[in-house]
Design a protein. Structure first.
Length: 189
């Protein structure tokens, strides 16, 4: 019997109200299926309500940790689901920015999909990086010094990015692969 790829790893999922539900649940299941332990980190403890698209409320999820009560040292990797409302709320929070930056400073893998790279901009970690996102963020990312490409999944030194829910199969596979590889010397703030 083989050991699951992510056995013994704890992976943070950073999300708040308005997270795109499928971009939270699909990677969560991929981490679990690979033997990892996902933990929901948000702006505060309690629950968050996901969205199906930008208009329809989805399910409610229980938060495991407030972002200001944990650090990158507590986790082996970070997943950042999208959703317009989710990403817009997270990117403006200095505690969230520091939490995200901590993963890059520790050379730990990070996976971000859809609108989540907005938070990467505010965390100051994408200059000179190659990545993708939801198409409407392309100019924001370019203006912040990134090379934006329109591809299903992009991996740059431990940073995995994808465009939208249609890319989840490729995103999940690459995300698990990068988490299994562990730290990446080129993953830095």
């Amino acid at each position: 019997m083989t050991t699951p790829e992510l056995a013994g790893q704890t992976i943070a999922f950073l999300a708040t109200r308005g997270v795109e539900q499928i971009e939270l649940t699909s990677p969560w299941e991929a981490v679990q299926d690979a033997g990892g332990q996902p933990r929901l980190v948000s702006l505060e403890t309690g629950t968050i309500t996901a969205m199906n698209g930008d208009w329809e409320h989805g399910d409610t999820f229980t938060v495991d940790h407030a972002a200001d009560s944990v650090s990158a040292a507590d986790f082996d990797g970070l997943v950042m689901p999208g959703g317009t409302l989710n990403a817009d709320a997270l990117r403006a929070d200095p505690g969230v920015q520091a939490f995200v930056r901590g993963f890059f400073e520790a050379h730990k893998p990070v996976a971000a999909i859809c609108h989540a790279p907005w938070t990467l901009i505010n965390a100051g970690v994408i200059r000179d990086r190659r990545l993708t996102s939801y198409h409407s963020l392309s100019e924001d990312l370019k203006n912040a010094g990134a090379t934006w490409v329109d591809e299903e999944v992009v991996v740059d030194q431990g940073l995995t990015t994808s465009r939208n829910p249609g890319d989840l199969d490729a995103f999940n596979a690459k995300m698990v692969e990068e988490f299994a590889e562990g730290r990446h010397a080129g993953q830095t703030a």
